[in-house]
Design a protein around this ligand. Structure first.
Ligand code: FES
Length: 151
């Protein structure tokens, strides 16, 4: 039996099918690109590290620790105190390294500089490096986001 009248012409049906296929193809390209540019990042509230690996550091030295998917920087100060930072630049999130000879943190992406306290001193970084809170409990070195309540 042949249909005399249809609400959808063959041309419209094929155009709709082609359009849907093109939209699905574009979504499959755009989705991974968006995840690369804006990675889903969940920052931890705290990390617990073995204090034995950090307690014998020499003054003016740093050690990297994992802070979620970003690096954290644990710094041994000259006076025996410690400081912890989120180890990425406040400009565009590039990793930052500590240069002990110059007592400065350096971001190679756009020549950004911070002093040994994480305060921006040159280049494009708009704000100081993010400091984290440090607690030592027995054998644990606990590094927390500022303001996180201890249970
Ligand atoms: S990302 Fe560090 S200076 Fe631009």
């Amino acid at each position: 039996m042949k249909i005399k009248y249809s609400l959808i012409t063959r041309r419209n049906f094929l155009n709709g099918l082609l359009g849907g296929w093109a939209a699905a193809l574009m979504a499959s390209f755009i989705s991974p690109a968006l995840k690369f540019v804006f990675p889903p990042y969940r920052e931890p509230d705290e990390v617990i590290l073995p204090w034995s690996e950090y307690k014998d550091m020499s003054p003016n030295s740093t050690k990297i620790f994992p802070w979620g998917s970003k690096p954290g920087i644990f710094k041994q100060n000259d006076d025996g105190t410690h400081t912890a930072f989120v180890g990425v630049c406040t400009h565009l999130d590039c990793n930052v390294t500590y240069i002990p000879d110059q007592r400065k943190f350096f971001c190679a992406c756009h020549d950004g500089w911070y002093d040994e306290n994480g305060i921006q001193i040159a280049g494009p970084p708009p704000t100081p490096m993010r400091k984290l809170e440090i607690t030592i409990e027995g054998e644990d070195l606990i590094i927390r986001k500022p303001g996180v309540k201890v249970e």
